[in-house]
Design a protein around this ligand. Structure first.
Ligand code: BES
Ligand code: MN
Ligand code: ZN
Length: 496
């Protein structure tokens, strides 16, 4: 997809489709008014006949409008002007792309970027338009036996800005967002692949490919290496599976030879979570193929970071394994020794994410990191707490938490800071080992974060629980690629 920025008039665009907003109450936005003048009141007539009223989520596609050189005009309902915020803007972009996909237009002129979004500048609107277009055109059909019929596809999007002086910042924003969108796409592809394809070794191969094409360093540790490191908790999870585990290490050395402390990203890579001996119920268990979305987002972010050539050192760590029941599987009550030396009583084999992450967090110490951020589909309780809107954020450093919240706001990939107060640690008591792998069910997302926190004492650390945001269920089932945009924004700010 090719994106460019322009400030030309909508009535003069020779293009497959001009996209303009209509406010609720049949009020044409400024670019729509310009089109209307060129078309001698054609749009006003259409609205008067009652075919479109500007409500959010609605649209109307017009062909061959007289006086206008564009093949089509797409009117997009953008709701009340006073209520036009970030969510309304993204909804308008998404609506436009949905209609555009059904047309034969190969290029379009996009004027929703002209609308005023409260508190937001042109760069934000351009970024969200690029991400929204890439997201809306995304298809995952590589597992279908026949490729879907080849339709004329959209190839060029011209994003319009109000002033000529907005063109240069608009172009920078588009380029940035395009790199992020490539990372999001990789994360979605990996998430959507079925678990019989996307195994721990497959993830490792993907990481190697990524490294080869984007100038990253890559190291893949196998079962022997993991054992030598003493990662008893990680290995305990992997025991029940025929698929061997992998520890993936990717490094972006963007800070040159300064020896600058890296940011380490850690992604939960459970390529399928059956629950193990503490077996999950059958309903929707297929969605546990998405239990490696944390890993996918780390690989996606590494890709974005490489494309953006960020002058920053970033390490991606992915412990990858299946969580399966089997004759050799770890059992409830088993006690294992983690890489840190702490022993863990595994009371529930379905709380496996924290077991693989705790050893990866200990491994991260060797980098003397500036910060460590782990990303994991860690708890069902997170979905109950925040639903599918915000990612749960926990941290042992308020400064780091603030940075991540702000990055999420800026990238419109939001996270919400939850408490990690010592009071919540009380449930983590074992009669037999140093700690159990589960705490109280109440506040389950927090008690899970408390477990991780015990292994993250050596550095500033944050944990993103993406159980509610990494994928969608139902008719639109599929990986979202979150929180690649948040992480890419966070790292971009750190690099500046
Ligand atoms: N991968 C799941 C968490 C999950 C469940 C994410 C459903 C999204 C939807 C995780 O490994 C898990 O099973 N967690 C348990 C923890 C419990 C046993 C303490 C959970 O949340 O039920
Ligand atoms: Mn589980
Ligand atoms: Zn899991």
């Amino acid at each position: 997809m090719e994106f460019s920025i322009n400030s030309g008039s909508p009535g003069k665009q020779r293009t497959g489709c001009v996209i303009v907003g209509v406010h609720e109450g049949r009020r044409l936005s400024a670019p729509a008014q310009e089109l209307d003048r060129a078309a001698k009141g054609f749009l006003t007539d259409v609205l008067r006949r009652g075919d479109h009223d500007g409500r959010p989520g609605t649209s109307l596609l017009l062909h061959g409008v007289p006086g206008v050189p564009a093949d089509r005009i797409l009117l997009v309902g953008v709701g009340k002007e006073r209520e036009f915020d970030e969510s309304a803007y993204r909804k308008a972009v998404d609506t436009a792309v949905k209609v555009l996909r059904t047309t034969g237009a190969t290029d379009c002129a996009f004027y929703l970027t002209d609308l005023a979004v409260r508190r937001r500048d042109t760069a934000f609107k351009v970024e969200q338009a690029v991400l929204g277009v890439m997201e809306g055109l995304y298809r995952f059909d590589r597992m279908k036996s026949k490729p879907p019929e080849a339709k004329r596809a959209l190839r060029k999007v011209v994003l319009h800005v109000a002033r000529r002086s907005d063109i240069a910042p608009g172009e920078q924003a588009a380029a940035r967002a395009h790199a992020v969108a490539e990372g999001v796409r990789l994360a979605r592809d990996l998430g959507n692949l079925p678990a019989n394809v996307c195994t721990p070794s497959y993830l490792a191969d993907e990481a190697r490919e990524l490294a080869k094409h984007h100038g990253l360093a890559c190291d893949i540790l196998d079962e022997h290496d993991i054992e030598k490191l003493g990662m008893g908790a990680f290995l305990a999870v992997a025991r029940g599976s025929r698929q061997p585990p992998r520890l993936i290490v990717l490094e972006h050395r963007g800070a040159g030879k300064t020896g600058e402390a890296p940011v380490v990203l850690v992604g939960k890579g459970v390529t399928f979570d059956t629950g193990g001996i503490s077996l999950k119920p059958a309903v929707e268990m297929d969605e546990m193929k998405f239990d490696m979305c944390g890993a996918a987002s780390v690989l996606g972010t590494m890709k974005a970071v490489a494309l953006l050539k960020l002058p920053l050192n970033v390490v991606g760590l992915v412990p990858a394994t299946e969580n399966m029941p089997g004759g050799n599987a770890v059992k409830p009550g088993d006690i294992v020794t983690t890489m840190s030396g702490k022993t863990v009583e595994i009371l529930n084999t379905d709380a496996e994410g924290r077991l693989i992450l705790c050893d990866a967090l200990t491994y991260a110490e060797r980098y003397k990191p500036a910060a460590v951020v782990d990303v994991a589909t860690l708890t069902g309780a997170m979905v109950i707490a925040l639903g599918h809107v915000a990612t749960g954020l926990f941290a042992n450093s308020d400064a780091l938490a603030r940075e991540l919240v702000q990055a999420g706001e800026a990238a419109w990939d939001r996270a919400w800071h939850l408490p990690l107060w010592a009071d919540y640690q009380e449930g983590l008591k074992s009669n037999f080992a140093d700690i159990p792998n589960i705490g109280s069910r109440a506040g389950g997302a927090i008690t899970a974060a408390c477990f991780l926190e015990r292994f993250a004492k050596a550095y500033a650390w944050a944990h993103l629980d993406i159980a509610g945001t990494a994928w969608k269920s139902g008719g639109e089932k599929g990986a979202t690629g979150r929180p690649v945009a948040l992480l890419a924004n966070f790292l971009t700010r750190r690099a500046a």
